[in-house]
Design a protein around this ligand. Structure first.
Ligand code: NAD
Length: 473
């Protein structure tokens, strides 16, 4: 009705260019006033984030169910528990992180002096996050930004609307709104935000949009962290524990948001000879996990929306791909469900082998030997993660040293993400910069070189008039 239209129009205030400017001005004022600099403020905000996890887990789980049909266990473990760990670590380590690093030796030319590295907050930073792990990927970078003493604006993904609005509500309710803000919205709102001058932009999403972010940042010479994606390969050697290999691959693929995860196995590489055993093991464990009719399973997320469903369907329907399905292939557009699907030896130039899959489809490419498998990875854009299953020590080392990827895991999938002493981030096409643990603090800090000199030892040699005599000294 007209009334409904008018009331919606009145209620929803459109975010405009002036709002973006005002927002940054306001946050910069807080930053300049020193609101965010002190240890107390930082630790208080971090503890508030912990309270959000403690007090609102059921709402978070329910929002994730609305947006993605995410099973409760996956939400509790991969979003809330990981966040709790991240916050607890920051709270525990913050004093250490903030303390300047004494530099042991100064050079002869500066003697006597002392030197240190001071961790300085950058200022006002922007975090733009993705829809697949909307809480983790929004709050985890914010933990880094706050720990390092910055004012921060978070822009969650519009593709997970229930999570986005819950994030906006909770952060407003719990955190200091003079320095931490959430702006909800899509391309229009993000574009307006990107026109502002930020001191850092931390972006999680596709490589395509990553380029747009970097171009906007370049205008203001703003540094960026780009957490992008790519096709993360899994190499399987015949010298492996195949049952555990299959279980871990399934857990890392369909058990992580139904393949809609940035470090999800995108495709498998193995030898022609070993591939029938790999396929059998995957089929067997898939059935043990999800039953004979996985379309009915409650233990798997759905596809996020119909655009992504259609994108995945198109990959499956391509000529020379659809007839390579050896398991699964069922789809239901109304329910946005696609069954776990395994394909064997699809063409290397097909869409499914050219683009990041980001869904429940898993091609297996078979080759003559493992070196050929490594070569396939080397010949393609550098992935965010690369995996190898083997018991062969030499092979493990060769993989770790000669295959480039954001991160490498031997004999498991995705678990490096939960090790806070490891940096998490991409290389080449999969991104730049990294975070997690102390690396998050570093990502939002300037390492300021500080040298304290004394007036003692003022050598005449450095001052004019210059003479050859002085040079010979
Ligand atoms: P998305 O569509 O949610 O986009 C990410 C963000 O970019 C959103 O906040 C969105 O509003 C914004 N955006 C979209 N179009 C824009 C534009 N034209 N200008 C400015 N901003 C724009 O998410 P997505 O890109 O579909 O996410 C999936 C991708 O993200 C995959 O490639 C995946 O591998 C990657 N990813 C990476 C990580 C990581 O940690 N490295 C984590 C999750 C996802």
């Amino acid at each position: 009705s007209v009334f409904a239209y008018v009331s919606v129009y009145v209620m929803v205030k459109v975010f405009q260019a002036a709002d973006a400017t005002d927002l940054v001005t306001e946050l910069r004022r807080s930053f300049d006033d020193g609101v965010t600099r002190g240890y107390e403020w930082r630790v208080t905000q971090l503890k508030k984030l912990l309270l959000i996890c403690d007090n609102h887990e059921p709402e978070i789980v329910s929002a994730l169910h609305d947006d993605l049909g995410k099973p409760e266990l996956e939400s509790s473990v991969y979003e809330v528990a990981l966040l709790r760990n991240s916050i607890n670590l920051a709270v525990k380590q913050l004093k250490d992180w903030m303390a300047p690093d004494k530099v042991a030796k100064t050079s002869l030319t500066t003697f006597p002096a002392s030197a240190e590295i001071v961790y300085e907050p950058l200022g006002v930073v922007l975090v733009i996050s993705a829809w697949n792990y909307p809480f983790l990927l929004s709050i985890d970078p914010v933990i880094g930004a706050i720990s390092a003493g910055n004012a921060v604006v978070l822009k969650p993904s519009e593709l997970a609307p229930a999570s986005s609005s819950l994030l906006a509500k909770l952060l407003e309710q719990y955190l200091d709104s003079s320095a931490v803000r959430v702006v909800e919205g899509a391309v229009t709102e993000t574009t307006l935000l990107l026109e502002q001058k930020w001191d850092k932009i931390f972006y999680t999403g596709s490589s395509r949009i990553g380029r747009i972010i970097m171009m906007a940042a370049a205008k203001h010479l703003t540094p960026v962290v780009l957490e992008l994606g790519g096709k993360s390969p899994v190499v399987i050697d015949s010298d492996t524990n195949l049952k555990i290999t299959a279980k871990r691959i399934i857990a890392g693929k369909w058990g992580c948001n139904n393949g809609q995860a940035c470090i999800s196995p995108d495709y498998i590489l193995t030898t022609k000879e070993f591939s029938p055993k790999v396929i059998d093991a995957l089929k067997q464990e898939l059935e043990a996990f999800y039953g004979k009719n996985p379309m009915e399973s409650k233990d798997m997320s759905r596809i996020v929306n119909s655009n992504h469903f259609d994108r995945l369907s198109k990959m499956l329907e391509e000529k020379e791909v659809s007839d390579k399905i050896v398991y699964g292939g069922q789809k239901n557009r109304d329910k946005l469900k696609i069954a776990p699907t395994i394909l064997v030896d699809v063409p290397l130039d097909s869409q499914i082998m050219s683009e990041e899959i980001f869904g429940p489809l898993l091609p297996i490419i078979t080759l003559n030997n493992l070196e050929e498998c490594f070569d396939v990875i080397r010949s393609r854009p550098k992935p965010l993660a690369a995996y190898l299953f083997t018991q062969n020590q030499k092979l493990k080392e060769r993989f770790a040293l000669t295959v480039s990827a954001g991160g490498i895991v031997v004999n498991d999938i995705a678990v490096h993400l939960a090790v806070p002493t490891l940096p998490f981030g991409g290389v080449g096409e999969s991104g730049m910069g990294s975070y997690h643990g102390k690396f998050s603090f570093d990502a939002f800090s300037h390492k300021k070189a500080v040298l304290y000199k004394s007036f003692i030892g003022d050598a005449a040699i450095r001052y004019p008039p210059y003479s050859t005599g002085k040079l010979r000294l």
